[in-house]
Design a protein around this ligand. Sequence first.
Ligand code: ADP
Length: 424
Amino acid sequence: TTEDKKTLVQEFKLDPDSELRFEIESKNEKVYLVLKSGLAEVFGTELVKGKSYEFTSGAKVAVFTWQGCTLELKGKTDVHYVAKETPMIMYSNCHAALELMRISAEKDNVKGPVTMVVGPCDVGKSTLCRILLNYAVRMGRRPLFVDLDLGQGQISVPGTIGALLVERPASIDEGFSQEAPLVYHFGHKAPAANAALFSMIISQLATTVKERIEVNKKTKMSGVIINTCGWIKGLGYKHLLHTATAFEVDVILVLDQERLYNELVRDIPNFVKVVLLPKSGGVVERSKSARSEARDQRIREYFYGTLKNSLYPHSFDIKWSEIRVYKIGAPALPDSCLPLGMKAEDHLTKLVQLTPNAGLLHHLFAVSFSEKDDDEIINSHVAGFVCVTNVDTERQLITLLSPQPKPLPNNVLILSELQFMDSH
Ligand code: ADP
């Protein structure tokens, strides 16, 4: 009916310190947000008055205002409401405290604050990182963002960890701009799949981050914000301690979990500030299928870009003889078979060469920067990712989907457990 076709337009008047929250679940639904008057921000990025921002399926958004504002929503949301209770004051106080540390770092010409955000799944860790980074760049800072969230991270494709220099606020609908991120390949969507390797690449990333900070004065003063994954129990907790040591963190922000907070206060040296923060009532829990869809979407965007910024990947054949294909982690040997001095877990960080085969189909592969020996391949950051879209065993060719045209920057490819069905 014509009634259905008319786009729903709703206006919201927000008091100071409140936020409009909305979610879009239905596929193919588009919702437009316009700031009509006043000032407002989405996770720390200011809205431009009169500009229309587009949101699509999967969006879970909060539009916060410090001063009060009028907003317009055009289109059908699945949920929307105005919330007056938000933890934004506390988050902004954290930013203010970090800013004081940056000012004093500037005076003494030392490193600015290195902050790690921890907590269980779905408590708003990534969102808090985004808010703190946005507030920092809005003050003219140039912080580094480190993302250790393998499954739902914001840098490169899932199955990686990485670092990004943040030079401008995140785009409201597309997040932080991904210019030349530093990316390390892990190859699984959860750290437990290979804890030894995870620990190793965290140390490696930390070393590289510390080197980068030393050569960029502005970033050195601005500091680092580290996002972590929701694995906080048992071995996951050990990884948090390792991360804190490796990156030499100064501040740990714990979201929503008193137990984790107390454990960290007990185990972390006193010169590190550990702060407990509440989660926002607006944070939405994601189902297993929503997480898997988000991973898929992230990979699709890596190759094809977004609605607003399309990318045009290349597809080409490569002879098996032109590439060297590896996976990380050899099958375990019983202790009695190991060479003297080798530990059983060492096999987890061994490079194993593979003969190309039909099983590679749909898998992502990291393109290594390294051409040297085994250890260097595991420990070096990667140039990018390709996806195997066809394996021709007869002609001994594989077809690759790649952001860059042929030739590959290097012939060393490392297998990822993550797969992508290219439906274009
Ligand atoms: P975590 O990193 O802890 O897993 P996220 O920061 O990714 O959690 O948040 C989970 C989801 O909740 C995201 O989709 C995010 O956009 C949404 N979200 C966060 N804060 C709010 C809020 N105040 N209102 C509405 N949605 C929110």
